[in-house]
Design a protein around this ligand. Sequence first.
Ligand code: PAZ
Length: 349
Amino acid sequence: MDQNRPILSRVATSAPDASTAIDRSITDFPVATPIDEDNYFRFHKPPPYLSQISNDVASFINYNHQKQRKVVLVTSGGTTVPLENNTVRFIDNFSAGTRGATSAEYFLEHGYSVIFLHREFSLLPYSRHFSHTTNCLLDHLKFSNNGNNVEVDDDLQKDLVSVLKKYQQVKNENRLLLVPFTTVHQYLFTLKLIAQELSVIGSDALFYLAAAVSDFFLPSSRIPEHKIQSHDHGGKLVVDLEPVPKFLRRLVDSWAPIAMIVSFKLETDSSILIKKATTALERYNHQLVIGNLLQTRKTEVVFVTPNDNEWIKLSEKDIENQLEIESLIIPKIVTLHKEWIKSRDDLVK
Ligand code: PAZ
């Protein structure tokens, strides 16, 4: 048998069947008001580990600010909505965290320090190159020294050396902080906390919100403690969810009012993408919405600003050369962030 043959069937079960993809043309929920914020954070218990994250984030920001580095918060991966307190079942979404993990690497290459708020066990910067689905490391190792040591195959040496060098440098310079979440609830509490910590560095902070955050959730007052039994409701499970308050407006207005904020808008229907992205920009009053379609998100995105829609697309050649679209997105954002900082500085002169 061929030793190098992968043991994983390389089919993509998460690729959507367009005809069954969801249609999100329904009207958006109202933005969160200070009262919604108050109620949400008052009636839901904060995750027990929040104070530890607070310390880690505060010292990371402080250290990097002293080094005069800009700090970007990259959110990545999908949030879950638990249906039970002792969670056996939960609602999830498709996001693997590719956009977030890839973007984080390009921000690091551009000198930023990165707080990576990610779904636990989703893709991470650097290690993503050798994840179980892309390039399983075990498939590229061989024994040496009579089976007492292992070596990496020649074909992976170059890539591994290059990724490892970047990873170690970033670690040595203390420029990457990984902060996990699983549920939408943990995500919101942690986002608020990090935003408030980042407000200390004003316009040097950048928010790059690429996580796929649930639109619906089950309030804690209605979550059963134990596993729902199949006979509980006459054999049927009817789930009645509430809309997640739209906290982006609170982030812009109150949590980090001087930072630059970039959000993503995902749709499946190309005919509504620009309209939804433009509406988001108007409602939340931030600096940039990047629109993308589920089906083409790895090869094209659109930058939607108050005056302009600019498409960024990989060419056939780029795709052949395995160029990542984030290598085109991030330099543009770095430029916009510089302009943002300058405009804020000019305001106070
Ligand atoms: O994680 P991934 O690379 O598979 O997908 C990235 C994405 C589509 C979740 C992201 O680009 C995005 O659009 N995030 C925002 C989703 C939303 O509209 O809430």
